[in-house]
Design a binder for this molecule. Structure first.
Ligand SMILES: Cc1ncc(COP(=O)(O)O)c(C=O)c1O
Length: 496
């Protein structure tokens, strides 16, 4: 057999690392390969924090250092806190990996990717029942729902501003209306563009946006109302149809033109497949734009968001920028310029691979598993579900008052116990007027099976049994008893 002897010399210090691949036929060759990675000087040093290292490092060593920094992290598929895709099949993963070097914005070099993006927008617009007749529907991709929400919001603001200017009216005090269970992107939108955010509080009786209260907050300066399909904090859906109908009355009465932008970050890819008859989308008169996350129930790895307008006329010209230095005149709508293109290939692959029925089957399974967990957790002695409805494949629950009175722990302790088994199940307090309510949330996604659900349930039962034995209060319990607010330690996606 061929003998390979390979010397690898690390420059920059006196240390010389040696990799030896010895002749397999040699008697002396009991160990065939000596790896130098863990024998290297670098393995005795901390990784760079402040300054770029002076000298290069062997790729094997650099790889190990970066890879191993993430080694103690949770398994992504045990992360029940995130909404974002943690599983794609082999072909999707290969397609996306192959396209890792591709910059979406360079449409002259990658014209087919631009076309593929437009095809995805068409497909999504049709899933949302667009009335637009034009061959290419008006939409844009974003790095996630945040960018997509921003684009929807900015378009509503620009349309409003143009109308106000044309009417010779002031346009310096725009506002928008949303429930207090908004995702943080809307706070960013308000801050960055200086648009007042008016929030309709949720209460124990009103678990979703109350259309009447929303309308009561509207005036001539309202650029749009934003209902949410798949509220981050609760998993519930705002009633877009009821809002649309109230708004229609209100707009008729006042002569205003207040539209709706639907933040369908999660629901946008659930509703068309599981509830095609529910009207929440472009079938409704005042819904002029909708945003969603391709990287949530669109089933693509991060980061990918989509925004679609009901018709090109609702996408203001002021938001399209034309650049020509890439070799052609290219019109783009978006906050970013360069952005990864691989996600578009991933999304288009999923559309082709799964088709309508495939998406439906995956969302249906996620929903069934979420309902199963909801049923099981809701009947555990210490807990009650926040809502009897599971409208998206996620739900929240809280501790019963009676149990809370006699036990020594909180849901934050359960969260920490579950973490020991690798599960990320966040505990957090609800927003605004419900901030005393501590809840836990499970988001079921593709990649989570009924068997895994049973394992999680088993771990919850065991953790509760141990926690119930506690004789003395935990730290979180003491904090709550002395009215000290606890800051959640597990990421919740709410941005809070
Ligand atoms: C309702 C809602 N809107 C917007 C966002 C922001 O989405 P992204 O993380 O895709 O930017 C989220 C994220 O969870 C969300 O739940």
């Amino acid at each position: 057999m061929v003998q390979i002897v390979c010397f690898i010399v690390t420059t920059g210090n006196t240390n010389i690392n040696l990799l030896k691949f010895k002749d397999m036929n040699q008697e002396s060759c009991k160990t065939t390969v000596t790896t130098s990675v863990f024998g290297s000087e670098e393995m005795l040093k901390s990784s760079p924090v402040d300054k770029i290292p002076q000298h290069p490092t062997m790729p094997e060593i650099a790889y190990r250092m970066v890879k191993d920094e993430t080694i103690a992290q949770t398994q992504p598929r045990l992360n029940m806190a995130t909404f974002v895709t943690t599983y794609m099949d082999h072909y999707a993963t290969k397609l996306m990996n192959d396209a890792i070097a591709l910059n979406y914005i360079d449409e002259t070099e990658y014209p087919r990717v631009a076309v593929m993006c437009a095809k995805c927008i068409n497909i999504i617009a049709n899933l949302w029942n667009t009335p637009e007749q034009a061959k290419w529907k008006a939409g844009a991709l974003g790095i996630g729902s945040s960018e997509a929400c921003m684009l929807g919001g900015v378009a509503a603001w620009q349309r409003w501003k143009k109308r106000r200017m044309a009417a010779g009216k002031p346009y310096d005090k725009p506002n928008f209306v949303i429930s207090s269970a908004y995702q943080v992107v809307w706070e960013k939108f308000a801050q960055l563009w200086q648009i007042e955010m008016r929030t309709v509080p949720l209460t124990t009786e009103k678990l979703t946006l109350c259309p009447k209260e929303a309308i009561a907050m509207c005036d001539e300066n309202t650029i749009c109302v934003v209902p949410i399909m798949g509220v981050t904090w609760t998993g519930l859906n705002d009633d877009v149809k009821a809002l649309n109908d109230e708004l229609d009355e209100f707009n008729k009465k006042t002569g205003y033109d207040i539209p709706i932008h639907v933040d369908a970050a999660s629901g946008g890819f659930i509703m068309p497949f599981l509830y095609p008859d529910v009207e929440w989308d472009f079938r409704l008169k005042w819904v002029l734009s909708i945003s969603t996350s391709g990287h949530k129930y669109g089933l693509v790895y991060p980061g990918l968001g989509w925004v679609v307008w009901k018709d090109k006329k609702f996408l203001p010209d002021s938001m399209s920028f034309s650049v020509n230095y890439l070799g052609a005149d290219i019109t783009q709508v978006g906050l970013n310029f360069s952005r990864p293109g691989a996600q578009i290939l991933g999304q288009y692959y999923q559309f082709i691979r799964l088709g309508f029925e495939g998406y439906k089957a995956i969302q249906q399974n996620a929903m069934e598993i979420a309902k199963y967990l909801h049923g099981e957790i809701g009947t555990m002695k210490p807990f009650k579900n926040y809502s009897t409805d599971v409208t998206n494949p996620l739900f929240i629950w809280e501790m019963k008052k009676e149990h809370s009175k006699q036990c020594k722990w909180t849901l934050y302790d359960l969260q920490d116990k579950l973490k020991q088994n690798g599960w990320m199940v966040p505990a957090y307090t609800l927003p605004n007027k419900l901030e005393d309510t501590i809840v836990m949330r499970i988001v079921v996604r593709q990649g989570f099976s009924r068997d895994m659900a049973d394992q999680l349930l088993g771990d919850i039962v065991n953790a509760v049994a141990e926690l119930d034995k506690l004789q003395y209060p935990t730290t979180s319990r003491l904090s709550i008893e002395s009215n000290v607010k606890i800051k959640g330690t597990v990421y919740t996606h709410t941005g809070k």
